[in-house]
Design a protein around this ligand. Sequence first.
Ligand code: M6R
Length: 611
Amino acid sequence: MCGIVGYIGGGSAGAKRIVTDGLKRLEYRGYDSAGIALAVNGRLVVEKAVGRIANLEEILKASPVDSHAGIGHTRWATHGAPSQANAHPHTNADGSIAIVHNGIIENYAELKERLIAEHGVSFRSETDSEIAAHLIGLFYKGDLLAAVREAVREMRGAYSICAMAAAEPDRIVAVRKDAPLIAGIGENCNFLASDIPALLKHARMIYLIENNETVLVTRNDITIFNERMEAVKRDVFHVTWDADAAEKGGYDHFMRKEIFEQPAGIAETLNRRLDEKGEIKLDGISLTKEDLDRIDRIYIVACGTASHAGLVGKFAIERFARIPTETDIASEFRYREPYIDDRTLFVCISQSGETLDTLAALREAKSRGARVLSVVNVVGSSVARESDDVFYTWAGPEIAVASTKAFTTQLVCMYLLALYMGRTRGVLSDAEYARVLSELSQMPDKLTALLEDEPKIRDIAKKVYKNENIFFIGRGSDVSVALEGSLKLKEISYIHSFAIAAGELKHGTIALIEQGSLVIVLASQDRLFEKLLSNIEEVKARGAYVIGLAKAGNREIEKRSDEVIYIPACADEVTPILAVVPLQLLAYHVAKLRGCDIDKPKNLAKAVTVE
Ligand code: M6R
């Protein structure tokens, strides 16, 4: 995720080191390029580098310039690939205004056209952010504060922007709308940043900037203005966290932080793909009726958690788009002479976009003539670059090895894709399309409510964390959730666990069920509930301790289980988005009680780039 740092102090030096140090504190969030703008003798000096901040430092070391004021940025690519041109800061035409920006300017295409047509502006990057530099430059009449305010009136979207003007080296102006921004009080200096860790070395007294507020920072003052440009009073927030806790936003672990980021990630993934009328838009992805008529088969291929999202994707595509869909894990797919031709749509799913098995499967599918559409979280990653079309998840960087928010945003992408394909092929009624879309749009709120049940899950974890064998069963799309819950548990708590379709138990695995066996029953599918009841009876009869997970309102499950976890009521088709979350929390709390290294489990890596 992008990061912002701004600094203004006294003398004529210091900004170079302080800003780059601040950027380094944001490295953990993930980035692909970095840059800095310094106010030097009436002009702005901008330096940028692709890759690590160390690359930027090399460039800065070679340059004698320094300043009392500067703004810096780490970029996590959204619009445009990771490159020097797309890295921030961006400047206006004559380089007199520099900005760094986090978030998305949604109407950038429209603004860009206007700037080109009416003002002859020429753009140097593919980013939405560059718009902000040109707009501020156009409105600038010697007052940066006024120019920034005027510019943001033109913009729609979510952003925090930090700006400097060559002619006003003693002021930095920043503005916030739906993207984090803080101002920090230092000793004879002041700061701006997107996140607390960036400032922690120098400032522990901070102002939390709120939406639609603008902040003017000088060496001695920080003034916050509301939307009407009236100065507002803000209480100082004293940061007591250490650097490590600050990086995790006050959470104990990245995994827990990322679990709690899911409502926002899902909302973002949805918002990116819904137009003003609430219809699905697949901008940049070509799936016309003609394209879809040419497709007679879909393969969904991925590894680990992403492959479980693929299983749900298969359900959704076959249910809503009526196209035969196969799923496979990438390491098997590539060696099994798959039946693929130019009428095949190959969908690969990957958080990192760097998983070697997935990449190899993609290449195999391409070489056999398939068209490749990938669902990826990391912009500009290898999978994204080698695909014909990319459907990005907007989960933000996922740092914990155990994948959580990537999974739920992948599910959202698969549902959107399935609904879009069904509608375009004319096999899904308008009413069905609207019903499921409305269910999806309720997910962020339902998930927020569900996360409030964490204490209950923690209590269950206390009862079960000493088990050495845990079974997960379910039917329909609950099988995918069972597989994901089981994977989460084993990878971070090192408990042996096994997931299986409930109806398959009696064909062998039930031999393992004995007095005290722990069985987690996923019972979110109303239409399959009665069938599942007999499976619950089968394991109970052999002495199993049953934890049932069902929709709120299902009282029957209470009679049959030793513990019950409820998820908010929703349509059967979309339950995986909710049902997986208590299992993520259960795995987390069990692992914590067992004293495991949750964010970096043994033997595992975040991106598996070996075969
Ligand atoms: O980056 P990818 O989505 O391609 O990664 C695939 C798997 O390696 C990944 O999901 C892995 O299973 C996670 N550790 C699961 O939590």
